[in-house]
Write a protein that binds this ligand. Sequence first.
Ligand SMILES: [Zn+2]
Length: 115
Amino acid sequence: MSKLLFINSNRGKAAAIFQKYFYTERKILKNGEIIFMCPKKDCYASIKIDEHRRTVLEIRGEHTRHLQLTDSEIEKHERCGQKFHQLYLKLLMDLRHFIRIIMHNFTVLILQSGK
Ligand SMILES: [Zn+2]
């Protein structure tokens, strides 16, 4: 598995899984590229991701003293991420609906005041 999987970590920071390793967002560079680092202590492995968060540009260092994630762990993260994504979409829909109502009321108000 070499695809980049983005997940939401419970600390609110962006997190990703790449080649069965877990990474958390560490730093955004001036050119927009993002450094993700292994959150494990004593491990300095990191990856560099393009500004659109699609591809891994560079892999730095190697993971030490810890194992890769298991498939079931990755699956768990993936499911959790999807749930979050669905929640986000629903919120967006609600918001759009809300804005439409406001805009409608606003238009009615303008029409009425123009009379
Ligand atoms: Zn590591």
